[in-house]
Design a protein around this ligand. Structure first.
Ligand code: FAD
Length: 366
């Protein structure tokens, strides 16, 4: 973890993150370097050429990157989610072929969402149809993080009466990648809409065979995504605390530093409580991953729910303390404010998390 943290520290600081946010793009070379160094999917096991970090260590690494740049952290989330999907759903030869590529820097994006299938992924209309030794993929995907950088797309769709996930090269004939114009936040995360127009790939690239349940397929990928987003939100809160600390100690009003005013001190206390609450929820969920606890799924949903809500509220608090100093593009708290709000929408919105948590509570407290 220390080596990867040093790699991340070398690749991104506040000024790079700001430049990427304004340009709406991370330099290709940075993405390639981060990938080749193992930063992007650090839980890939060593036997496949990955760093083999635990969920807890990868979580702290994700928070570190998230404290500096949610766009780069979003790419880590997509890459890790793709790798986890291959690791969990792929057959032996698929894991052996794909995981070393993902560990070595090939970039991947994961595509569930469609124009008519957002929270309700059972409404996915993309079709994956067998045709001899191939499958043919037809459909439309929206808001796919990292798709503008991706070499590989993990595409979910209908297959017969069930569902399937298939690995599609981004350059395959029939794939169109169209950048999402001017996203509110994570502006350099390469979100794109995809059109898949009769895209033919080998049947052997359907992960783990076809016709599985949508819940199992999607749930596998989303679990990793939620864990990664949750730790990214811890990072947003830590970045906000650093910016607030610097400002509240130095900016004077009414003859003393802002931090000396009790109502401002309360904001600082609230931010710390938010960061600590989110960290504890994430650390518990990662512990569940690392010990293969049956509580893993519910703890992950809880971590994502708590951390994203705390990050959205905490980033708003940070802007309040910075006031005019933070009320412009280019300031880390302004970026955090835009980025954090999106974390309440993705990988299962707060409302979808609430439904899952209520279902869990009702099954436990009978
Ligand atoms: P809708 O499903 O239309 O929901 C609208 C509102 O209604 C939300 O508040 C929702 O919580 C609420 N709602 C819906 N159903 C219920 C219900 N049953 N009960 C209570 N409330 C409900 N998708 C991918 O496949 N891959 C990606 O990499 C990816 N990255 C993304 C990155 C960003 C920045 C964003 C904004 C989106 C991304 N998405 C991605 C899409 C994302 O997964 C969807 O936006 C999300 O699932 C919500 O779907 P929707 O936007 O269609 O909202």
């Amino acid at each position: 973890p220390d080596r990867l943290r040093a790699v991340a520290a070398e690749l991104v600081d506040d000024s790079a993150a700001d430049a990427w946010d304004r340009a709406g793009r991370i330099p290709e070379e940075t993405v390639r370097t981060a990938g080749a160094q193992g930063l992007m999917a650090a839980q890939i096991p060593r036997r496949y050429g990955g760093p083999g970090l635990s969920s807890a260590d990868n979580g702290e690494l994700t928070a570190f990157v998230g404290s500096r740049c949610s766009s780069l952290r979003s790419l880590m989330t997509s890459q890790g989610m793709a790798a986890w999907t291959v690791q969990r759903l792929g057959e032996r030869q698929q894991r052996a072929a794909l995981l070393p590529r993902l560990a070595g820097g090939a970039q991947a994006a994961v595509a569930f969402s469609e124009p008519e299938a957002g929270s309700d992924l059972s409404a996915m209309a993309t079709r994956i149809e067998p045709d001899g030794d191939s499958v043919v993929v037809t459909g439309e995907k929206v808001w796919i993080t990292a798709a503008c950088y991706a070499d590989l797309l993990v595409v979910f769709g209908r297959y017969g009466d069930g569902a399937a996930a298939v690995v599609v090269p981004a350059t395959a004939p029939g794939v169109t990648v169209e950048r999402v114009p001017e996203p509110m936040g994570c502006r350099a995360a390469g979100h794109a809409h995809l059109r898949l127009d009769g895209v033919r790939v080998p049947a052997g690239d359907v992960l783990g065979g076809a016709g599985q349940s949508t819940d199992l397929l999607v749930g596998t990928a989303l679990s990793y995504g939620r864990m990664s987003v949750a730790w990214g939100c811890v990072g947003i809160l830590r970045g906000c605390l650093a910016a607030v600390g610097r400002h509240a100690r130095t900016r004077q009003q009414f003859g003393k530093p802002l931090a000396g005013h009790q109502l401002v001190a309360r904001h600082v206390a609230e931010l710390l409580a938010a960061e600590q609450t989110a960290t504890r929820a994430c650390a518990h969920a990662s512990h569940c991953w690392d010990t293969r606890s049956p509580e893993m799924v519910s703890a992950t949903v809880l971590a994502k729910y708590v951390s994203s809500r705390q990050a959205a509220a905490g980033a708003a608090t940070a802007v309040q303390v910075l006031a005019s100093a933070g009320a412009r593009d280019g300031h880390p708290v302004a970026r955090a404010y835009r980025d954090a709000k999106l974390m309440e929408i993705i990988e299962g919105s707060s409302e979808i998390c609430e439904l899952l948590l209520a279902e869990h509570a009702l099954s436990v407290y009978t």
